[in-house]
Design a binder for this molecule. Structure first.
Ligand code: C2E
Ligand code: MG
Ligand code: MG
Ligand code: MG
Length: 288
């Protein structure tokens, strides 16, 4: 009857919650060890100028070192890090790695940038900005070479405390990208008031480009350009998506078709090739 079912549901729920907590505790321990023993690394995925086909910069993405497949996905690592008080050391580690790498690449004489994903929790912790400043100074990297990626929900969560920080970062030349744009429930009017420089259209819209994604990408691009923002499309996997996105005036593209996330040494080789990455010849639709 209903009573037995109810009991079963409760016991199932408790067991699930317990397992989830144990899982998180194990992952937390793994993560602490990884941070202490240098078991993490960043991989770098190209951001490609859709008019020239040139790689203009890279997004830094968290990976477990020396594993074919990470024991846990990056979003799960980030969730546990946020819940267990590890996101600040993890974020600062990532920032320092990426800034050091960007400065090596800039030493080759081009204006390449690196983008780093940042949790909004950093702004609640007072010294994040001083870590950014110190990393830039230590590696003699201009702020223009660094882009911080924040999701709209993260950004809007605590706007009062993040706004002054964002303005300081902007004054250093550091740019802010609104990540996964279109997936949150924030108002488009925030684009006017936030110190944001790039909009990264979520891959869901690229995947649905043959349906309603087309209208979204078109509208977001027109709006963003009207506000002098650069537009990036994520998740470009197929040639028809690349053509469709290019035809809509999107500035930059990112996705497996244009380049996988790669360890720094391999990503560096990409920078040696001009124009489109080997094996991905430009299609007629996106040649300027
Ligand atoms: P994101 O910032 O939106 O990063 C883009 C994600 O899409 C990456 O997944 C990337 O590997 C994946 N991707 C790139 N091109 C394609 C494509 O063509 N098709 C598909 N299906 N996926 C593509 P990843 O590396 O698993 O990271 C997932 C999320 O985890 C990131 O989403 C970001 O929110 C978070 N993340 C990753 N690294 C970091 C980090 O160092 N710090 C923080 N705070 N978050 C991170
Ligand atoms: Mg990102
Ligand atoms: Mg993204
Ligand atoms: Mg995303």
């Amino acid at each position: 009857g209903a009573k037995v079912e109810g009991r079963n549901n409760w016991s199932f729920y408790d067991e699930g919650a317990l397992q989830a907590a144990q899982h998180d505790t194990q992952l937390e321990a793994l993560l602490r060890r990884a941070l202490a023993e240098d078991e993490l690394e960043l991989h770098y995925q190209p951001l490609v100028d859709l008019r020239s086909g040139a790689t203009l910069g890279f997004e830094a993405l968290l990976r477990w070192r020396d594993t074919v497949q990470s024991p846990v996905s990056p979003p799960e690592i980030i969730r546990v890090a946020e819940e267990r008080g590890l996101i600040v050391p993890l974020g600062i580690w990532g920032l320092r790695q990426a800034v050091a790498q960007a400065s090596q690449w800039r030493a080759r004489g081009k204006q390449w940038f690196v983008t780093v994903n940042i949790s909004a929790l950093h702004f609640a912790h007072g010294d994040f900005l001083s870590h950014v400043r110190a990393a830039l100074d230590e590696h003699d990297l201009p702020g223009e070479a660094l882009i911080l990626e924040l999701t709209e929900s993260a950004l809007l969560e605590d706007l009062d405390s993040s706004m002054p920080d964002l303005n300081i970062l902007t004054s250093w030349g550091v740019r802010i990208a609104l990540d996964d744009f279109g997936t949150g429930y924030s108002s488009l009017s925030y684009l006017r008031s936030l110190p944001v420089h790039l909009v990264k259209i979520d891959k869901a819209f690229v995947f649905s480009l043959q349906q309603d994604g087309h209208a979204f990408v078109k509208a977001i691009t027109v709006l963003a350009h009207g506000l002098n923002l650069l537009v990036v499309a994520e998740g470009i996997e197929e040639a028809w998506q690349l053509e469709g996105i290019g035809a809509l005036g999107v500035d930059l593209g990112q996705g497996f078709l244009l380049g996988q996330p790669l360890p720094a040494s391999l990503a560096g080789e990409v920078l040696g090739t001009s124009g489109f990455l080997r094996g991905n010849e430009p299609t007629s639709g996106i040649q300027g």
